[in-house]
Design a protein around this ligand. Structure first.
Ligand SMILES: [Zn+2]
Length: 181
């Protein structure tokens, strides 16, 4: 698993001048407003040759991005079975296929960028449950998200101080207001 990443100079500029980020085993959540560098952090972990990854042992990284790996896109990466299915499936169904095809092993790290994208509430809950099961299999998850469904008791990395509380407050306000209608 990944214990720490020390960001190269280039990535420090994209990730709000943060020099290093520490991670725990199991579920890690990366929270912050759009443009705060969450996706840049995931890409740095996945593939930057200049960032320094400190691991407990050699770690395999799997990167899932709701937009770039969308099988509906013309230039989508991934196998042809998924692209064929995508012609007959909704966005959310296709994304679940992509998640199901990631070949995870013990000790791997799964990087997920906004897995809530295109999913309805019931499926988000199922995906959140799936993440808990994956973390019990001794896999590490690093998830960039805006959605409270994934928040639970996870280790939180905030790119804006107090962002988790702020998100919870916003969602509570919305629900309270909707009840009044
Ligand atoms: Zn880098």
């Amino acid at each position: 698993m990944l214990k720490r990443i020390e960001l190269c100079f280039n990535h420090q500029r994209f990730v709000h001048k943060i020099k290093a980020v520490d991670f725990v085993s199991g579920m890690n959540l990366v929270l912050g407003p759009n443009g705060s560098g969450k996706s840049s952090l995931l890409r740095a972990i996945h593939s930057c040759p200049d960032c320094i990854r400190i691991e407990d042992k050699s770690t395999k990284y799997h990167y899932f991005n709701g937009e770039l790996m969308n099988p509906h896109r013309k230039n989508a990466k991934g196998n042809s079975l998924l692209r064929c299915r995508a012609m007959f499936a909704s966005h959310g169904e296709s994304m679940r296929d992509v998640l199901a095809f990631i070949p995870l092993s013990h000790g791997d790290t799964l990087l997920l960028d906004e897995p809530e994208s295109g999913q309805d509430m019931e499926w988000m809950l199922r995906i959140a449950k799936g993440f808990r099961e994956v973390s019990r299999l001794k896999c590490q998850l690093i998830v960039a998200t805006h959605h409270p469904v994934f928040m639970g008791k996870s280790h939180v990395i905030e790119f804006q101080r107090g962002y988790r509380k702020k998100l919870n407050r916003i969602y509570q306000d919305i629900l309270a207001k909707n009840v009044k209608y």
